[in-house]
Design a protein around this ligand. Structure first.
Ligand code: HEM
Length: 464
């Protein structure tokens, strides 16, 4: 395979070290997306590089991304795996790392639960969380305290997932994150994300050592302390005619959820929701308010738009979305300039394949390199500048793929967009937000697979 790859003259670093490949370069400054982007300026929008012993293609040409992920989907249906992933996912029993027919079944189940029609039945959940957080923000404002978005946005997205999936809401916004159970779940999500990128993921022998070490020291991230009792409670109180939440629906779809296979799937699918459904939307909301505080003129303009749409109502609802084009453009621009899934999520070539001018051998890991596409001056004028207006004139659907492309794209995109829209517009309607010290909010990125801003605070001033 390696010979094949080399012979096809794909560009890429000439030298790769034994075992670690080019991993030393990729992780040198802790910001792999910056390094991969710099390399694409040298080797082009499609180049090969060795992530440890995994041959990897980094693709930042949206046309080639579509060729691979949409047109040749069948050959790229699975994600690369390894011992670490197999251990965390009970041998690919979940959706995020599910494979082949199992993935298809899980996708159809979860896709149905997270479809926009189905979510309408659960709209009240998001509305209640928005009310709860706004009321706490009112108290913070009245007592002239600083508002720290990170912990509140994490609690907001976590509460929505906990209610939709398990009918549990553990944390109130007043004692945000004080609850031990919430801390445990968020620590679990944090660990899984932190361990999503590292030599153990890309070098099989490191994976084995890392796994054994984590197992022996009892450090493998595990959410069963929370999920197991909730699962037992659901099984014993289930009414198949009246599912209360996603877990009930999944138990019913998996034939009662009592076989070993069904239990494995239910437990790791539940974890999928916690991992993919919290930090993703939460971090996007954090970025949005960094830009709202740093661009007060834009904040005023979007407040004007939201205020005029809402009229005498006191809350924005999802039916207002079509009437808030400027806010919609701002959200897109935030997701462009600060994408949280900078590397995209990788897939693996099932077989040798020729895609346009590129030969991709079996087993190659392919990254649809979101950060590269979204920062490429060939597709975006002044890519380093925050210019929401660019999305008013053109929706850039060719090169704006924050949720991925093709049948395996993000299954939670509707839910993410709904919860971000409802919270962000209602906060902007209710408060003027600014940096507490007249300095711009620091927009330095922290890479933990999901890219987030550093913790920051905001001063709130009531609008209505
Ligand atoms: C702004 C928020 C979000 C962004 C930018 C985002 C982005 C992504 C991306 C880029 C992928 C990889 C798609 C691919 O392989 O082509 C993905 C997959 C996934 N996302 Fe999201 N996501 C977000 C929110 C959510 C939420 C709220 C949920 C669940 C409630 C969710 C659930 C998932 C799942 C389960 C997958 C794996 C799908 C599969 O393998 O079939 N995401 N997401």
């Amino acid at each position: 395979n390696y010979k094949n790859f080399k012979n096809r003259k794909l560009n890429g670093p000439k030298i790769a070290l034994p075992l670690i490949g080019n991993f030393n370069i990729i992780v040198k400054d802790g910001m792999p997306h910056y390094t991969l982007h710099k390399l694409s300026k040298v080797y082009g929008k499609v180049y090969r590089i060795w992530f440890g012993d995994m041959m990897t293609l980094v693709v930042s040409d949206p046309k080639v991304i579509r060729e691979i992920f949409v047109k040749n989907f069948d050959n790229f249906i699975n994600r690369p795996s390894g011992l670490w992933i197999r251990a965390l996912t009970r041998n690919h029993s979940n959706l995020v790392f599910g494979r082949d027919d199992h993935w298809k079944n899980m996708k159809s189940l979860i896709g149905n639960l997270l479809s926009s029609t189905k979510l309408k039945q659960y709209n009240g959940v998001i509305d209640r969380e928005v009310e709860g957080l706004l009321s706490t923000m009112n108290s913070i404002e009245s007592s002239s305290q600083i508002f720290y978005p990170k912990k509140y946005f994490k609690t907001y997205t976590l509460n929505i997932i906990l209610e939709l999936v398990f009918s549990k809401r553990i944390s109130s916004y007043d004692d945000c994150l004080a609850d031990e159970q919430v801390q445990n779940i968020l620590n679990y999500v944090d660990k899984v994300l932190t361990f999503s990128f590292g030599p153990h993921r890309f070098i099989e022998s490191f994976g084995v050592i890392f796994y054994l070490f984590m197992k022996l020291t009892g450090k493998i991230p595990n959410a069963s302390k929370f999920i197991d009792p909730v699962y037992q409670e659901h099984i014993s109180t289930l009414d198949p005619k009246k599912p209360r939440d996603f877990l009930d629906e999944l138990i019913i779809s998996l034939g009662g959820g009592q076989t070993k296979e069904a239990i494995d799937s239910l437990l790791v699918l539940s974890s999928d929701f916690l991992i993919t459904g919290t930090e993703t939307s939460g971090s996007t909301l954090e970025w949005l308010f960094v830009y709202m505080a740093n661009y007060p003129d834009i904040q005023e303009k979007v407040f004007g738009e939201i205020k005029s749409v809402v009229g005498s109502k006191n809350r924005v609802t999802l039916t207002d979305r079509a009437s808030t084009p400027y806010f919609n453009a701002i959200l897109k621009e935030v997701m462009r300039i600060k994408p949280i899934a900078v590397l995209g999520m990788p897939r693996e070539a099932l077989d040798d394949i020729q895609v346009g001018e590129y030969f991709i051998p079996k087993g190659t890991q392919v990254f649809p390199f979101n950060y590269g596409v979204l920062n490429d001056p060939d597709y975006w004028e002044h890519p380093n500048e925050f210019i929401p207006e660019r999305f008013l004139a053109n929706n850039h659907s060719e090169q704006f793929l924050p949720f991925g492309a093709g049948p395996r794209n993000c299954v939670g995109s509707s839910m993410a967009l709904d919860e971000i829209y409802l919270l962000a517009t209602n906060i902007l309607l209710s408060f003027k937000l600014s940096s507490p010290n007249d300095q711009p909010i620091d927009d330095t990125e922290l890479f933990r697979f999901v890219v987030q801003p550093k913790e920051y605070g905001l001063t709130l001033k009531k609008r209505i």
